[in-house]
Design a protein around this ligand. Structure first.
Ligand SMILES: [Zn+2]
Length: 63
């Protein structure tokens, strides 16, 4: 996990639009380069792993 890169996510990915991905594997989240996609934007097809999603939700609540 590279926490410094998480700073770039807010504004790029709208967490309110993400839906839990329960289908076949769609690869790994490129930002943290490790975890499998667990959430995905149905419109933009932007995926996010569980760990990054949790981190982002926490940061959104704080700000
Ligand atoms: Zn991640």
């Amino acid at each position: 996990m590279k926490f410094s890169q998480l700073r770039t996510i807010p504004g790029i990915i709208d967490v309110s639009r993400l839906e839990r991905w329960t289908g076949a594997s769609v690869g790994r989240f490129h930002v943290c380069d490790g975890d499998a996609i667990a959430w995905q934007d149905p419109g933009d097809h932007i995926g996010m792993c569980e760990t990054c999603y949790s981190q982002l939700c926490e940061s959104e609540v704080r700000t």
